[in-house]
Design a binder for this molecule. Structure first.
Ligand SMILES: Nc1ncnc2c1ncn2[C@@H]1O[C@H](COP(=O)(O)OP(=O)(O)OP(=O)(O)O)[C@@H](O)[C@H]1O
Length: 267
């Protein structure tokens, strides 16, 4: 399907972010299509995490338009913003789990929030909420016993899966992942990549993934967006990235690590 026929679920236009005199983004545009896994890459400090935070409303841009699922994400209508927030899930780098809650209780947090918001799920009883949480825990590839564990009792990889389970709690249209494979060993990272790919395909999830991991780009991303020069410099498939004539992009996609990732993807 060509880009013109696909549904745009995230549309950014003219985004500007700055901290004091430091301009991180200026005139940044990006379209993300429904059902795709988009990998967002760029040098350190190019503003990948700031971009993610901007889309999910944790960072107010100095300028620009943000449309998510057809809704103006910068609307001042708090009800609209809340309704939109329920349609995406976010997994931060360290999982950002509450350490005093079990994994199941962590996954239940968004389900409780929805109930508190008085939406149609307000009648969720404890048993249903537990069952829904357990479903997301299983979907994220965790064993059933993980639900009763506290985050500190889990491995790094399991904590990430728990963070993913929480991000999936409300059956989101879009999942935002901030460096999901950082800190995982190569086997754990490859398993996580496969999980993301499977979930995206099975659930029709759109995935916005900030990553440094070239293996992940090969294994699970449909498209890649490169941040450089304060904007999205280029978007395209991995094959298209190999053709881009820009010093950072060339070094990144042709350097020794890229060659190793390409070789292992071909195995
Ligand atoms: N809350 C903040 N206050 C001031 N400066 C910030 C803030 N958040 C981010 N920055 C700055 O914005 C720039 C981009 O940060 P960001 O974390 O998005 O980079 P990144 O591309 O994700 O980097 P990395 O790959 O190293 O994680 C950095 O220079 C950072 O110091």
């Amino acid at each position: 399907m060509s880009g013109a026929e696909r549904e745009v679920v995230i549309r950014l236009r003219g985004i500007r972010n700055q901290f004091g005199t430091q301009v991180v983004h200026d005139g940044l545009d990006l379209d993300v299509y429904r059902g795709e896994v988009l990998g967002v890459v760029g040098g350190s400090g190019t503003g990948k995490s700031v971009l993610l935070r901007t889309i999910v409303g944790l960072q107010e841009p100095a300028a620009g338009e943000i449309e998510v699922l057809g809704v103006d994400a910068r609307t001042h209508d708090e009800d609209k913003r809340q309704a939109l927030r329920r349609r995406w899930g976010v997994m931060f780098q360290d999982g950002a789990l509450f350490s005093s809650l079990t994994v199941r209780e962590n996954v239940e947090v968004p389900l409780r929030d929805v109930a508190a918001g008085g939406a149609e799920t307000a009648r969720l009883d404890d048993e249903t909420r537990h069952a829904l949480a357990d479903l997301k825990i299983a979907l994220s590839g965790l064993p059933p016993f993980a639900g009763d564990k506290y985050p500190s009792e889990l491995s790094g990889g399991m904590r990430k899966r728990a963070g993913l389970a929480r991000a999936l709690a409300l059956d989101p249209d879009i999942v935002f992942l901030d460096e999901p494979t950082a800190g995982l060993d190569p086997i754990g990272a490859a398993e996580f990549d496969r999980l993301i790919r499977r979930l995206s395909r099975a659930l029709g999830l759109t995935v916005f993934m900030v990553t440094h991991d070239l293996d992940s780009l090969h294994a699970c991303c449909d498209r890649i967006a490169v941040l450089a020069e304060k904007k999205v410099l280029v978007t395209g498939t991995m094959a298209e990235m190999l053709e881009v004539d820009h010093p950072w992009v060339h070094e990144y996609f042709h350097g020794p690590r890229a060659r190793a990732a390409l070789a292992s993807a071909a195995e």
